[in-house]
Every structure is written in structure tokens, then in C-alpha cells.
Design a protein around this ligand. Structure first.
Ligand SMILES: NC(=O)c1ccc[n+]([C@@H]2O[C@H](COP(=O)([O-])OP(=O)(O)OC[C@H]3O[C@@H](n4cnc5c(N)ncnc54)[C@H](O)[C@@H]3O)[C@@H](O)[C@H]2O)c1
Ligand SMILES: [Zn+2]
Length: 363
């Protein structure tokens, strides 16, 4: 199968996303322009390292000057500032310097963490993304948002730091469990909802092949999502014009669910699935979309095996968590809400009782 590449055009920070089958075997060649005769630090998590680290090291060693690997515990709990500190200390011991290159091998946790470690070390060293979860392949590895969580607020400390390249081998999805595969589909469906009605319809009509992980449809979805993200990031790299904020659909409520119920209780994709259901309900209460829109959206999430009901009993904590979200600007909470399939807009400060009613309506 031919590779399907996507360009992220950002002037001197531009890069290529390689998407295809068998790319792990070609990793050395694909990385040569960025790592030849340089020190490489592979950052991975315990689960992904068991599966792929030996192959990755074998591909890099003939090209790089030196290869060190660091393994962090798998899961969202690793995305914290103490973990960054440990990585920086280890990098000093290796030793690493301004020409060292980090390769993030793993899901969104490893990508966000290793990217932020790269952004901070020696005021910024090069890094490469090799995303291995569906969520990371369609979303988190592209666009340069890196960072870690604070106990009170998700992704609160971070930096915009673009990778030099992104290498997406779809074969690694074979070892991803169904729950995490489904969580990645939540972000795929999100792209359809926010900017590509045709993509949404493709998902609706191909859900069985998607759940069977058939190569052709999976490659198509990853390429289309990466293209959507590249387009948005090109227009608004640092989320200043408001365009990039459309990617936050479902995330205001989703991030609050993750924070209130403890990182790890809901997977990120599961939390934003509920978040999109609740935010569509909010849009309905504000007369922006009708019941049919909400039903159509909900049934796609359900057919992908994603949760669609909001847990009850902690509504006021959820609303308090939303106001701590880093999307709050000048004390004002805003939401990205749907207007029709494939289109969303920012809506400032809905009243807390309207938000609470929306949360209760989908509980
Ligand atoms: N930077 C961004 O723009 C952005 C966008 C969306 C999400 N995120 C972040 O991404 C994170 C979620 O990413 P995630 O869902 O990939 O979580 P994750 O990195 O924890 O990976 C999920 C699980 O799958 C395992 N795994 C990964 N690849 C595998 C493979 N090929 N085979 C078997 N197991 C594999 C991991 O070990 C982990 O247990 C969240 O922290 C979220 O905030 C960031
Ligand atoms: Zn997300």
C-alpha cells in the first residue's frame, strides 16, 4: 500500500507526516535527515516499549551517533512535571546536549510529555513523533501542542513545539486494545463534526470496516484527520485567532470529566465523547441545533462503542473544573458548539444553570 503523506505548512517549522504500513521498518531512512550522526533519546512507555522499542532502536542505531532509551510508566499519570524533571536529569547523565534529538514512541501521553521535555531542554531541542495509538495518530502527534497535567487542571503547563516529522505506521494499531482504539475514534468523529461533514458520513457508512481496522479505511481516516488538523494549525498555530479552538469541541466538558473523576478513570477519547454529547445538548438548549442532530451524533458514538451518558452527582464540581480550564480567557468560559454537521462556532459564557441542565439531560 502506498504511503499517504500530509504536509504541515508552518514556514520554517514545516514538516511532513508519513502515513502507511511497514514504516517501522523504514524508520532509519525516514529519520536520517533529522538524526544522522546525532544523539537520539527514544522516550516510550512500558507497554509500547515491550512491543516496539527493540525494533525502533535497531532501525536508529545504524544512522544515529548514539541511541539512549527511557521508559516511563504507561498511562495518563506519567504526564506530570515530576516525570519531566526525571527525564531532564536522565538526559544530563547520558549526556545529552543541544544537538540531541528526542523520538517520542507511544500514545498521546508519551508524545505530549516527550515533546514538552524536548521544548524545555536546553531551551528546545529537535523531536520526532512516532505515534502508536489511534488517538495520537489522528490528533495529538500533529500540531505542536505539548505539555503535562497539574493535579487540578489537564494540560495546564506546556509549550507549542513542533516536531521535525511525524511517522505513522498503521501496522502498530494491531496491538492496540479495543477500548483505546475506540477512544481514538472519538477524535476521528470530532473532525467530521467540526469541519468535514463528508468524513462524518464516511464513518457512519463504514463503521463495521472501521471497527475491524481494515487497512484501507483506517489509512483514509488517519490521512483525512491529519489533513484537517494540518489545515487548522496552518491557519492558527498558537490558538490566537480562534480558528484552532474549533478542535476543542467536546473538550471543555470532556476535560472537566477527566479532572473531576481522576485522570485515567475515563480515557481522554471517552471523556470527549460524553463531552460532545453534552455540548451538543447545550447547543440544542441554545437553539443552535435540533434534536435530530443530537441523535445522529449520539448514534455514531454508540456504534463506535463510546460512552454517551454523563455521570451524575458531581455537576457543580464539573462546572467548577470548567472554569479552571485553560481555555478560560480573562475569566470567561466559552464553548465550541455545533451549528450544523461539519461546522462549529465559539459561544461565550453560557450561564451555569444552562450548562448544568445540559449535563443532566444526557445523564
Ligand atoms: N497534544 C495534543 O494536541 C493532544 C490532542 C489530543 C489528546 N492529547 C493527549 O493525549 C493523551 C491521550 O493519548 P492516548 O489515548 O494515546 O493515551 P496513551 O498514550 O496513554 O495510550 C493509551 C494506551 O495505549 C497503549 N498503547 C499505545 N500504543 C499502543 C500500541 N500500538 N499497541 C498497544 N498498546 C498501545 C499505551 O501504552 C497506553 O496504555 C491525553 O493526555 C490527551 O490530553 C493531546
Ligand atoms: Zn482531544
Amino acid at each position: 500500500m502506498p504511503t499517504a503523506n500530509v504536509d504541515v505548512q508552518l514556514e520554517d517549522r514545516s514538516y511532513e507526516i508519513h502515513i502507511g504500513s511497514g514504516l517501522l521498518e523504514q524508520l532509519g531512512a525516514l529519520c536520517t535527515p533529522f538524526i544522522a550522526d546525532r544523539h537520539v533519546i527514544v522516550v516510550s512507555d512500558s507497554k509500547v516499549a515491550d512491543l516496539y522499542l527493540a525494533k525502533v532502536e535497531a532501525a536508529l542505531i545504524p544512522v544515529a551517533a548514539r541511541v539512549n532509551s527511557v521508559i516511563v510508566p504507561e498511562g495518563e499519570q506519567s504526564k506530570n512535571i515530576n516525570q519531566c524533571d526525571q527525564l531532564w536529569q536522565l538526559m544530563i547523565k547520558m549526556p545529552s546536549d543541544r544537538k540531541s534529538v528526542i523520538l517520542a514512541l507511544g500514545g498521546g501521553v508519551v508524545g505530549d510529555l516527550a515533546g514538552f521535555v524536548a521544548a524545555g531542554f536546553a531551551r528546545g531541542i529537535d523531536f520526532i513523533q512516532m505515534p502508536t495509538s489511534l488517538l495520537a495518530q489522528v490528533d495529538s502527534s500533529v500540531g505542536g501542542k505539548t505539555g503535562v497535567n497539574l493535579p487540578q487542571a489537564k494540560n495546564m503547563v506546556g509549550a507549542f513545539w513542533q516536531p521535525k516529522t511525524v511517522i505513522i505506521d498503521i501496522d502498530v494499531l494491531k496491538t492496540l486494545d479495543d477500548r483505546n482504539y475506540g477512544a481514538g475514534l472519538a477524535e476521528v468523529i470530532k473532525y467530521g463534526l467540526i469541519m468535514d461533514a463528508d468524513l462524518f458520513a464516511r464513518i457512519e457508512s463504514n463503521i463495521e470496516s472501521i471497527l475491524k481496522r481494515e487497512q484501507a479505511i483506517v489509512t483514509e481516516l488517519i490521512q483525512r484527520c491529519c489533513q484537517c488538523k494540518a489545515d487548522v494549525v496552518r491557519e492558527d498555530e498558537t490558538e490566537t485567532s480562534g480558528r484552532r479552538a474549533i478542535l476543542n469541541y467536546g473538550h471543555t466538558i470532556g476535560h472537566a470529566i477527566e479532572a473531576v473523576y481522576g485522570y485515567g478513570e475515563y480515557l481522554h477519547g471517552e471523556a470527549i465523547s460524553i463531552g460532545m454529547v453534552a455540548e451538543a445538548e447545550l447547543a440544542k438548549q441554545l437553539s443552535m441545533v435540533d434534536e435530530a442532530f443530537c441523535d445522529r451524533q449520539r448514534s455514531v458514538f454508540q456504534s463506535a462503542g463510546l460512552p454517551v451518558t454523563c455521570p451524575t452527582g458531581k455537576e457543580s464540581e464539573l462546572i467548577a473544573a470548567m472554569t479552571r480550564d485553560k481555555k478560560v480567557a480573562s475569566g470567561k468560559l466559552s464553548f465550541i458548539l455545533p451549528t450544523k454537521l461539519g461546522d462549529v462556532k465559539a459561544v461565550p459564557s453560557p450561564k451555569p444553570d444552562v450548562i448544568e441542565a445540559a449535563l443532566r439531560a444526557c445523564s
